[in-house]
Design a protein around this ligand. Structure first.
Ligand code: FMN
Length: 377
């Protein structure tokens, strides 16, 4: 029996602990349940090759006790780049440049996951020099938005194999796995959405068709990588910000399909883990997604996790792991502070405080866009 055959693989119901490990289906595992969330940081300006600054930022969070480190969204093709200084995994050279990160994580007992990304309509034409494309042309009221071109089927098939190639390359470099970024309204999220995907061929229309790009990407990544390689998907369960045209029940169905397709984990981008769903205000998303995916798929929850109580609440609701963004930006030793029973301070943080926490000037400037995070002056 192939070890990664989703029909046969098993994973026992898991009781998360702060010190891990996190068992996954098919005998795979990660070293822990406290993760660094994927965080765009603009710190790799040399043609998407991992810079020492970005490496050190990620390693500092492993030093601080996080056991699984996700990279920022990393583009799988140059026409998918959405930010200046964004990490790329589109070429063999970009993937090889990640080796010092993998080695540093291994030396710290942490595991690395690369978040595979294509911006679709949200790629930046000024950076890529290419027209933007998505599943279909759509309009958006946001400032500077240019409607994307509708992709040919050939381009959709190509982006599936670009993700698979990137996954195989980062596996060869030594990463534990990848996460496909289907949250927040980028290419894979645009495919799932009824607003941005109005195609009438096999890639649009019914939910089955809108989920095709994501599911085929999952299958292609599995086929291109070995049985020990970990594969997860990040989803936005409902409309939030740029993620539009989503419905909770459709997202639950997509989650159930992804479980059938053999993903190891589903990462729920919730923005606030304390909140119930918009569609069913008396229900929290974590138990709903647990029911959808069963026990075989690990559930990772992200959004406003700050204190030990926040972590324990997410675990009690059924999450197997939590991914932390802003708290880990503000405190390079966030996990260690929690272990010591401390309560990490909250924003706004001064630029000086952030620098002392291994956050570079470039990243601090980017963080200034997030209201209330960086102290004025
Ligand atoms: C500066 C910044 C960059 C982010 N970049 C990404 C990204 O590259 N990919 C992604 O899926 N989410 C990204 N997010 C969302 C975070 O992963 C996380 O889900 C969100 O910040 C909520 O968690 P938190 O309250 O712990 O920060 C980003 C968030 C911030 C604040």
């Amino acid at each position: 029996m192939p070890e990664n055959d989703p029909q046969h693989a098993t994973a026992e119901a898991h009781t998360p602990t702060w010190s891990g490990p996190l068992p996954l289906r098919g005998g795979r595992a990660l070293p822990g349940c406290l993760w660094l969330a994927p965080l765009t940081n603009l710190q790799s300006p040399d043609q998407g090759r991992l810079s020492d600054t970005e490496r050190d930022w990620l390693l500092s969070r492993a030093d601080g006790g996080l056991q699984v480190i996700e990279t920022c969204a990393a583009y799988v093709h140059p026409d998918g780049q959405a930010w200046p200084g964004q990490l790329g995994v589109a070429t063999a050279e970009q993937c090889s440049a990640l080796r010092p990160l993998v080695e540093g994580l291994a030396a710290r007992g942490a595991a690395g996951l690369v978040q595979l990304f294509h911006g679709g309509a949200r790629a930046d034409r000024a950076l890529t020099g290419q027209p933007t494309w998505s599943l279909s042309r759509f309009e958006e009221a946001s400032k500077g938005f240019v409607p994307p071109e509708a992709a040919t089927e050939e381009r959709l098939l190509a982006v599936i194999s670009e993700q698979a190639t990137a996954a195989a390359r980062v596996e060869a470099v030594g990463f534990a796995g990848v996460e496909l970024h289907a949250a927040h309204g980028y290419l894979l999220g645009q495919a799932l959405s009824t607003v941005s995907n109005t195609r009438d061929d096999q890639w649009g229309g019914s939910l089955e068709n809108r989920a095709r790009l994501l599911r085929e990407s999952v299958r292609a990544v599995r086929a291109a990588t070995g049985p020990g390689f970990i594969l997860g998907v990040r989803l936005s369960p409902e409309d939030m910000g740029q993620a539009k045209g989503l419905d909770l029940d459709e997202s639950l169905q997509v989650a159930a399909w992804l479980a059938e397709d053999g993903v190891d984990f589903l990462h729920l981008s919730l923005w606030d883990c304390a909140k119930n769903t918009a569609k069913r205000p008396d229900q929290h998303p974590i138990p709903l997604f647990r029911a959808a995916v069963g026990e075989q798929v690990a559930l990772v929850a992200a959004g406003a996790i700050w204190t030990a109580e926040d972590v324990d609440r997410a675990f009690a609701l059924g999450a197997d792991a939590v991914a932390v963004g802003k708290a880990a930006i503000g405190h390079q030793d966030w996990a260690a502070q929690l272990e010591r029973g401390e309560t990490p301070s909250r924003p706004p943080f001064t630029a000086e405080h952030l620098k002392q926490n291994s956050v570079s000037e470039v990243f601090i400037n980017y963080l200034s866009k997030f209201r209330g995070f960086v102290a004025a002056g």
